[in-house]
Design a protein around this ligand. Structure first.
Ligand SMILES: Cc1cc2nc3c(=O)[nH]c(=O)nc-3n(C[C@H](O)[C@H](O)[C@H](O)COP(=O)(O)OP(=O)(O)OC[C@H]3O[C@@H](n4cnc5c(N)ncnc54)[C@H](O)[C@@H]3O)c2cc1C
Length: 654
């Protein structure tokens, strides 16, 4: 039989990421319903979504394989060191698209002037731009919906863009007036003028523990009082182990300004540097040592860099580098979480399309409950993550528009690392289920589904911007620094919202609310035991932080449940109020039922509330019983994991 004969697969269409996501539209209606810009926002997103499945998908399709991956040409034919980086055409187009679409700009006020030309000119506006001037606290939500639309076609170009966004935020918060002017380039709509930024933190001694950074910074001109100021010139020497924006224009780099390693991260300062001399195009005291050979993120140029008298200027106060760059993390961690959610959303649409056309026996695959059940479970997860993500985006937006109260800021600080870690775990695991929902085609590189690529790409979300363990520790740090106060703010916020739900439009769901309330009570009870272990003389130094992972998961499960119920309650309320139905998104009784069912499934099954509560309780009790040194179960675990390797190492030494 010829290949053209016999069964032929129908093509799987690309779905408009806005129109095919009615739950996202309803969520936006709930969050932005009062905004005078709502209709414009919906129209703009619709147009952007069309461009995504049109021109941006075409650019993404140009990145097809090894030949489109970045290449490093270190020497020219005359033996001169040039370190020329060549990226794929599709990559360059997608980078340009982020400027035109205002992916970064959307979260900032319209900048006056253009750093490189006339300081008085108003900057050109990106497509569909509203910005912080007009949207205030809602700007981040709008910006992240744009990212949701663009993301599935972005081929990881959003990685350097996230760092660009983070850099703009750092400069906005801590830059000198001159440094702040760079924001106009980081948010520029003209790709020929727009700059992107890298973030150079990780070094060989440790990415999680940057306090052992080896790169040093020496002042170009000594200040007799030793009191260096933001904007002062320094020269950096060192080796940066990971740089994912090697094709960027500027970078924020951490470097040691105090030779005393015992001072830890207090010996580190933050520096702003230009990667190349804008006039000559020559690298600024930088040699690109090597491009990384990675499992995924293949079109993203990640390099190892040697810094040799690289000219840089201090940002903020000496010794405060880690604190200052943390504002990048709030932004980049949300981009990372977005990556997990939009990949899952896109994959689910494709999988549903496939199931509707794939014939198994006498029926379509979609007719088999066993198959539908797997996709349903992934859909419940997607809905919960989508809610959690935009809840967090709203908090970030409030903090940037300076409308956040103390409670909002505490929740932002606690929820951001938790969301990033939880999404990284759940979304990367879900990609495997998505893969097998397509059968063999899911495993193919060239099917156009991109599932195999997503599997590799999503794995990195578990590592960069903090591994799962490190993010768990970050949550614990906030709790400890606030002497438990942060956790009680979270508990009281959840309690208040749940009691509201009990009184609101959630009849029929009171058992679900009660279950969540029980979870919050248990979270509070165990947290009180936990807090005592932080102050107990014998336990305070314990390294037993095994409770961190279940704590982080619990926060997400409880908040996810509350948010899904709030969404369902909101829909019911709209239906009851008998106001004129929104012309933007239809609301029906069926939708209200579906939303309630999703919330119920999340709390009762998919979120694994009961198991996570038990894990949290048990790990807290184990810590309270004796900590790392005395706890026999820890000794046992250590023995089981390490004995053989230790024995072998000992024998090799003999
Ligand atoms: C593709 C890619 C691109 C990257 N791009 C950049 C970039 O542009 N800029 C940049 O600065 N970095 C970048 N990174 C680096 C990334 O942020 C680090 O790899 C990450 O922070 C982990 O650091 P590490 O590799 O040194 O691992 P380690 O810190 O050595 O971690 C090893 C293991 O130890 C665990 N661990 C560490 N501390 C603890 C603890 N206290 N308790 C329990 N467990 C712990 C970790 O969870 C991990 O499992 C990139 C990484 C990748 C993979």
């Amino acid at each position: 039989m010829r290949a053209e004969q016999g069964h032929q697969f129908p093509p799987i269409p690309l779905h408009n990421p806005f129109r095919s996501n009615a739950p996202l539209q309803r969520l936006l209606l709930r969050l932005l319903g009062e905004s005078p810009h709502l209709e414009t926002i919906f129209n703009n997103l619709d147009l952007l979504a069309d461009r995504c499945i049109g021109e941006h998908a075409l650019s993404a399709n140009k990145l097809k394989g090894v030949e489109d991956e970045p290449r490093l040409i270190q020497y020219d034919a005359w033996g001169r060191r040039i370190d020329e980086l060549r990226t794929g055409e599709g990559w360059r187009e997608l980078k340009a698209a982020t400027a035109k679409e205002g992916i970064v700009a959307e979260s900032y006020p319209l900048q006056k002037g253009d750093h490189s030309t006339s300081p008085s000119s108003q900057q050109q506006r990106p497509k569909g731009y509203l910005g912080r001037d007009q949207l205030g606290a809602d700007a981040r939500i709008y910006a992240f919906v744009k990212i949701f639309m663009f993301g599935p076609f972005s081929k990881l170009v959003l990685c350097p863009i996230s760092m660009t966004d983070g850099a703009a935020r750092v400069l906005e918060l801590a830059g000198t007036p001159d440094q702040k002017r760079i924001i106009s380039l980081l948010t520029h709509a003209d790709p020929t003028k727009a700059w992107t930024a890298g973030q150079w933190m990780t070094e060989r001694p440790g990415g999680s523990d940057i306090s052992r950074t080896e790169t040093t910074a020496r002042p170009v001109a000594q200040r007799s009082d030793g009191n260096y100021r933001s904007g002062d010139s320094f020269l950096l020497d060192g080796f940066k182990w990971f740089s994912s924006a090697t094709d960027g224009d500027i970078a924020l780099a951490l470097a040691r300004t105090d030779a005393d390693f015992s001072k830890g991260s207090r010996g580190l300062s933050l520096f702003l540097l230009k990667v190349r001399d804008p006039q000559t195009g020559k690298l600024n005291g930088i040699r690109v040592h090597r491009l990384k050979q990675k499992l995924g993120t293949k079109y993203l140029p990640t390099a190892e860099l040697e810094l040799d008298s690289c000219q840089a200027e201090l940002v903020g106060t000496l010794g405060q580098g880690v604190k200052i760059i943390s504002s990048v993390l709030n932004v980049t961690r949300l981009y990372s979480a977005a990556g997990g959610v939009f990949t899952l959303t896109h994959g689910l649409r494709q999988s549903a399309s496939f199931s509707l056309t794939r014939q198994v026996g006498q029926k379509q695959l979609s007719e088999y409950p066993l198959h539908t059940q797997s996709l349903f479970r992934l859909t419940v997860l997607q809905r919960a993550l989508q809610q959690l993500f935009f809840f967090n985006s709203g908090l970030l937006g409030k903090s940037e528009a300076q409308t956040a109260n103390k409670r909002d800021l505490t929740l932002l600080r606690l929820y951001t690392p938790a969301l990033k870690a939880y999404t990284a775990i759940r979304a990367s695991e879900s990609t495997l289920s998505l893969l097998d929902s397509f059968g063999g085609q899911g495993y193919m590189e060239d099917s156009g589904l991109g599932i195999a690529e997503s599997l590799r790409d999503l794995a990195v979300e578990r590592v960069w911007e903090g591994t799962i363990e490190v993010l768990g520790m970050d949550v614990v740090r906030v709790v400890m620094q606030s002497k438990g106060e942060a956790l009680f703010v979270l508990v009281s916020d959840l309690r208040e919202r749940l009691s509201h739900l009990m009184q609101g439009d959630n009849e029929g769901e009171s058992d679900v609310v009660t279950l969540l309330q029980g979870g919050v009570d248990e979270l509070e009870r165990s947290s009180k035991i936990l807090l005592k272990t932080f102050t107990d003389r014998n336990l305070a130094g314990s390294l037993d932080y095994r409770f961190a992972a279940p704590l982080l998961e619990l926060m997400m499960i409880l908040n996810g449940g509350a948010l899904l119920l709030e969404q369902a309650g909101w829909t019911r309320k709209q239906l009851k109020s008998q106001q004129k139905a929104s012309p933007l998104v239809p609301l029906t009784e069926d939708i209200a039922l579906e939303e309630a069912h999703i919330a119920r499934t999340w709390v009762m099954e998919e979120g694994e509330l009961a198991q996570t509560l038990t894990k949290f309780k048990t790990t807290v009790e184990e810590r309270a019983r004796g900590g790392a040194v005395k706890d026999t179960s820890l000794d046992l675990q250590h023995r089981i994991v390490f004995t053989e390797v230790l024995d072998q190492a000992r024998q090799a030494k003999l």
